[in-house]
Write a protein that binds this ligand. Structure first.
Ligand SMILES: [Zn+2]
Length: 102
């Protein structure tokens, strides 16, 4: 068995007219099994077509990739705050006070 490639998990960002969508793409490991097959495995799938289970190797390789980087929405939120978004934030108490004045 031989590990050919490893890719860590990441978020894919999709742009829409009304905002962004974040889709998690799990990490994967490309393994060449002793039977000769080359397959892509994840945390949830680690058994080759021949029946050999490569769970231990797949887990070790994916964990060796380190921690996942900061989720993209955190960066987007900071940019929004720096771009003036903070002034749009209002406490619910403001609404209550306004309603009480009416
Ligand atoms: Zn195999």
């Amino acid at each position: 068995m031989r590990v050919l490639d490893r890719r860590g998990g990441c978020y894919e960002v999709r742009e829409f007219v009304c905002g962004r969508d974040y889709v998690w793409r799990p990490g994967c490991v490309v393994v060449e099994c002793d039977c000769g097959r080359r397959e892509v495995f994840t945390f949830l799938r680690s058994v080759c077509g021949c029946g050999a289970d490569h769970a231990e190797v797949v887990r070790r390789e994916l964990l060796a990739g380190g921690l996942v980087e900061e989720p993209p929405w955190e960066r987007d939120y900071r940019e929004w705050l720096l771009g003036g978004g903070r002034r749009l934030l209002r406490s619910e108490l403001c609404d209550r006070e306004e309603w009480e004045e009416i």
